[in-house]
Design a protein around this ligand. Structure first.
Ligand code: CA
Length: 219
């Protein structure tokens, strides 16, 4: 999962970023509202963690503008204690969930997974398609009931394809799932992961759509 983190406090932001990365998330961190809107408009994120107290454009304005621009990325807002009004306003303005500071990183992760999978129309962490069973919370995969050993990046590619089963993802969209800013992207990395996934699962499970990208059949 790729997360956009919007937090102006360096210490807190660093803590979230480290905690989320340790759990296998890709994290891009911005510190102010305009950058947050710009990133949200790319549509590259599975979820956004949005602090409300930001310089210039505050979190509530970011939320309002994002939803007004039909940006649909799930957003979890971070609010201060004793701010019931903020929580209600935030939810009314289109936030998907909220957490009250101080934040427990494990709760944050569980809630991010929940809002992301609801966004993709799934009610649980398990995706089962074509005898492939992918457990997003355990980061494990079974094929025909046998465990399949995948690298972290292979898992990310497969997860992206299965979340979007039946739709075509471009190489660029898959690359976005693999890399955060500052990480170099190998030009053929996605192809290599796809090649390994086909060998470890079955070749027909990931189809190439010539000139466009890849798809995992939905049935
Ligand atoms: Ca803040």
């Amino acid at each position: 999962m790729r997360i956009l983190l919007v937090e102006d406090d360096g210490l807190l932001g660093d803590g979230f970023q480290v905690g989320l990365r340790q759990m296998g998330f890709q994290v891009d961190w911005v510190r102010e509202g305009r950058a947050a809107l710009r990133e949200l408009s790319t549509g590259n994120y599975d979820a956004c963690v949005l602090d409300l107290g930001l310089p210039q454009l505050d979190g509530m304005e970011v939320l309002t503008l994002a939803r007004a621009q039909q940006l649909k990325t799930p957003i979890l807002i971070l609010t201060a204690r004793n701010s019931l009004g903020d929580r209600i306003d935030g939810l009314n303005l289109g936030a998907d969930d909220y957490l009250i500071k101080p934040i427990d990183i494990n709760e944050l992760i569980a809630r991010l997974r929940a809002i992301s999978r609801r966004f993709h129309g799934h009610v649980q962490n398990l995706l089962i398609i074509k005898e492939v069973c992918l457990d997003a919370s355990q980061r494990s995969v079974l094929y025909k009931n046998q465990p399949v050993n995948l690298s972290g990046k292979e898992f990310e590619v497969l997860h992206g394809l299965m979340l979007n089963a039946g739709r075509v993802l471009s190489r660029g969209q898959l690359e976005q799932r693999l890399y955060s800013w500052g990480h170099e992207v190998d030009s053929n990395a996605v192809e290599v992961h796809i090649h390994h996934l086909r060998k470890k699962l079955a070749p027909e499970l990931i189809q190439t759509v010539r000139g466009i990208g890849y798809t995992f059949p939905s049935q």
